[in-house]
Each structure stands twice: as structure tokens, then as C-alpha cells.
Design a protein around this ligand. Structure first.
Ligand SMILES: N[C@@H](CCC(=O)N[C@@H](CS)C(=O)NCC(=O)O)C(=O)O
Length: 215
């Protein structure tokens, strides 16, 4: 498998954690996102959307969208499971994951921030308020869903990490990147600390990847 990645991409982080949890061998191809390589002809021939990540399977098919890739990895390598066994549990985990991956994160990807600045004329402070709002509104909901459910355990769903923990840690990494205060979310922070104790999560941290700055 070939994993097209970049240290700073949170969507790539989500796939990186899943590959590590399931110990799936793969080659990493780093795309220079800050240098615009994701929009160049070579990479858009791989992923026409020009976004990271993409995964080329061992039989040559290219998969896009981090959550679709996670579902694929789950199907080809069911253990350790990223989804619980029961339908309601799977829907709960997918729901938590989608708050981050479908509602919050898409509002703050580089192309959206660039559009807000260049086309909508927002200054840096206004873009920061936009990002703060996207991240806080998502995490407010996630925190309530976690804190008020008997299904929540050491991790978002029970005592084993699932897809929801991958997206929760992705959300908290985004809060760190954008210097948003995440101290008001005790359940989310407790679970993220449990994730951080697992090598699949800690080794996948963006700042530990090739090309990342020291801090
Ligand atoms: N929903 C997509 C998001 C993909 C995405 O937007 N990736 C970002 C990096 S996290 C990217 O490549 N952005 C390039 C840009 O916005 O120009 C997924 O989950 O895979």
C-alpha cells in the first residue's frame, strides 16, 4: 500500500493512526502541502480533489477521504476493531467521528481559510474567530455526547479505542495548531490522554512525522 501523507494534515493523521493500530505495512509518500504539491498535476492524477490523504491499495486502487479509508482498513483488517460490534454502537461512533470529520474540520482546511482571506476579505483575527467557532462548537457537542453517555469508558466508546478516538484526537490536535483553549472539555481531555498512552496514537503525532518542524 502507498499512503500519500503530509505531517500537518489532520486527515492524514487519522489514516496514520488506523494503519498503526492495525499494523498494516505501507510505504509513505510525503506530499509537500505547504509548497502546493497537492494541487500539482502529479498528485491530482492520484487524487483529483487535490487533498491529502490518499491510499493506493496493494492492487493499485486509489482510495480518498480519511473516513472512507478507515472503513476500508476496518473491512480488510477487522482487528483491532475501529467500530463496535452492535449497530447502535457503530452509529454512535460514526456520529462522533463525523462531527469532527464532516462538520468541524472541513471549515478550517487551508483552501477554506485561503478563500476567507483572499475572496471574502477576512483579516487574520476574523479567520481565527471562524476557526475558534468551528472547533468549539464541534467539541462542545462531542463533550456533551461523551459526558452524558453510559457507553463512554476509558475511550469514546467503551474501553477500546475506535474511530471516534481517532477523530477526537484529530480535533484536539486542531485546537492545538490554532491555539484554541481546550481546557473546558474534561471528558475529551481525559480520553485523549488515554489515547496518547498508546503507541499507535503517540507515534502518529503530526510533529513526529518527516518534514515537521521541531515544535
Ligand atoms: N474530508 C477530507 C479532508 C481532506 C483535506 O481537506 N485534507 C487537507 C489536509 S488535512 C488538504 O489536503 N488540504 C489542502 C487544501 O485545503 O488546500 C478527508 O477527511 O480526507
Amino acid at each position: 500500500m502507498i499512503f500519500y501523507s503530509n505531517w500537518r494534515s489532520l486527515a492524514a493523521y487519522r489514516v496514520r493512526v488506523a494503519l498503526a493500530m492495525k499494523q498494516i505495512p505501507h510505504e509513505v509518500v510525503t506530499i509537500d502541502m505547504l509548497g502546493g504539491e497537492h494541487q500539482g498535476a502529479a498528485f491530482t492524477a492520484v487524487n483529483p480533489q487535490g487533498v491529502i490523504p490518499a491510499l493506493r491499495t496493494s492492487d493499485g486502487q486509489v482510495l480518498v477521504q480519511s473516513l472512507a479509508i478507515l472503513e476500508y482498513l476496518e473491512e480488510i483488517r477487522p482487528t483491532p476493531a475501529l467500530l463496535p460490534p452492535d449497530p447502535a454502537g457503530r452509529a454512535r461512533v460514526r456520529g462522533l467521528a463525523l462531527i469532527h470529520a464532516a462538520d468541524s474540520h472541513p471549515l478550517l482546511v487551508p483552501r477554506v481559510r485561503a478563500h476567507l482571506q483572499k475572496d471574502a476579505g477576512l483579516d487574520d483575527a476574523a479567520v481565527q474567530r471562524w476557526v475558534d467557532r468551528a472547533l468549539h462548537s464541534g467539541l462542545d457537542a462531542i463533550e456533551k455526547l461523551l459526558a452524558h453517555s453510559p457507553e463512554t469508558g476509558q475511550f469514546c466508546h467503551g474501553d477500546q479505542p475506535t474511530m471516534a478516538d481517532i477523530t477526537l484526537t484529530s480535533h484536539l490536535l486542531a485546537m492545538g495548531f490554532f491555539r484554541c483553549d481546550a481546557s473546558a472539555y474534561p471528558t475529551a481531555n481525559r480520553i485523549a490522554q488515554n489515547c496518547e498512552r498508546l503507541e499507535a496514537f503517540s507515534n502518529s503525532h503530526p510533529l513526529k512525522q518527516p518534514g515537521a518542524p521541531a515544535q
